[in-house]
Design a protein around this ligand. Structure first.
Ligand code: PMP
Length: 361
């Protein structure tokens, strides 16, 4: 078998035991004689599975009973627009904290549906640090405050959940959900595209405080209304059955591997090893981000001489290290270290990086 060490930012590596189990169950799922993709979401088997997936997630993330869990379709980008449609009435405003590419996009996609107030931004600092909490210009009358807990491209991550008072906090957690325990009760709504820490793309996990489902929002078709999705157990129309099933396998894998506390410890060790390698390279490799807010999931770095980029990518790929090319907005390299990337992969990567620096330094 020729599996690579996969550092893709997303769609990203899935846990090998999850893929192996999906492979075993592909032709005959749960004794049904058909794959999970080939049967009705209204059937007993699928309903039982969906209930188990939700129960496993609630246990893993300690989701309080006053929060609904939704398995939405589309991508996080779609919900950039759908969230304001649901949470804000015509003429309402919302506060956006802009800390990188994705929160900036969330703000711009919300603009047709809510008066967007950029309450804080680190754009002038090229998103290398977080805007200090005491500089945020929050509006107590805002319908919600939006943050991206982790910026997948810029590599900055909130280390603590910011206090925003009584206004509901809405968080795009696409690239750091399930990477460690969090206090759900601090949030009004959490959403995450599945293709990093959960499963395949096309599925969006949403955790929403039930009182927010009672908001009228703006006039819209039922298919856009989260309250309708909650009332129909995320089966208002045909859901992404395959994604839902794989998410369930990932949740079981997380439970079998010590849950989110164990993930947090592993993720910390992986990120520390790579940052220490970068910082200890005498300037050969660089990550310019303010150390206290460096992401544990997405680690962008540059080589001291960009003329070496092509050789770095070519040699790393030949060594079985996949998808280290940085996002085109920043150039350079990026290693994404989601839950499914084992410590061993990072050990192989840093050994390669040290060797490359020795040969090209
Ligand atoms: N938010 C974040 C933090 C992301 O990393 C991404 C995708 N990389 C998105 C939103 C957009 O996700 P999608 O392409 O599934 O809409």
């Amino acid at each position: 078998m020729s599996r690579v060490w996969n550092f893709s930012a997303g769609p990203a590596a899935l846990p090998l035991p999850v893929l192996e189990r999906a492979q075993r169950e592909l032709l005959d799922w749960s004794g049904s004689g058909a794959s999970v993709m080939e049967q009705s979401h209204r059937g007993k088997r699928f309903a039982a599975m969906a209930a188990q997936v939700e129960a496993d997630l609630r246990e893993l993330m300690r989701i309080p009973a006053n929060y609904a869990v939704l398995f939405e379709q589309g991508g996080a980008t779609q919900h950039f627009a759908q969230i304001p449609m649901n949470l804000a009435r015509e003429g309402d405003s919302a506060d956006y904290i802009v800390t990188g590419h994705w929160s900036e996009k969330a703000a711009s996609e919300a603009a047709p549906y809510v008066r967007v107030n950029v309450a804080a931004t680190s754009k002038a600092d090229n998103y290398l640090r977080m805007p200090a909490r005491d500089t945020w210009k929050l509006d107590p009358a805002a319908s919600y405050v939006h943050i991206a807990t982790n910026e997948t491209i810029h590599g900055v991550e909130f280390q603590d959940i910011p206090d925003v008072g009584d206004v509901p906090l809405v968080a795009d957690m696409s690239s750091d959900i399930l990477s460690g325990p969090i206090d759900i009760s601090r949030f009004g709504l959490i959403y995450a595209g599945a293709q990093k820490n959960i499963g395949p793309s096309g599925l969006v996990l949403m955790i929403v405080r039930r009182d927010l489902l009672e908001r009228q929002g703006r006039p819209m078709a039922k298919i856009f209304r989260y309250a309708e999705h909650a009332a129909h157990d995320s089966m208002l129309n045909t859901p992404n059955t395959w994604g839902w099933y794989l998410a369930g396998l990932t949740f079981q894998w997380l439970k079998e591997n010590g849950g989110l506390e164990a993930m947090a410890e592993r993720n910390r060790a992986k990120a520390t090893l790579l940052y220490d390698t970068i910082d200890g390279s005498g300037g050969f490799y660089r990550n310019p981000i303010d150390p206290p807010v460096r992401s544990r999931m997405n680690l962008p770095f540059t080589l001291h001489d960009s003329a070496l980029d092509a050789s770095f990518l070519q040699e790393s790929e030949a060594a079985g290290l996949l998808a280290l090319k940085g996002h085109k907005a920043l150039g350079g390299m990026r290693a994404s270290l989601y839950n499914a990337v084992p410590l061993e992969a990072v050990q192989v990567l840093v050994a390669f990086m040290r060797d490359f620096a020795r040969r090209h330094g």
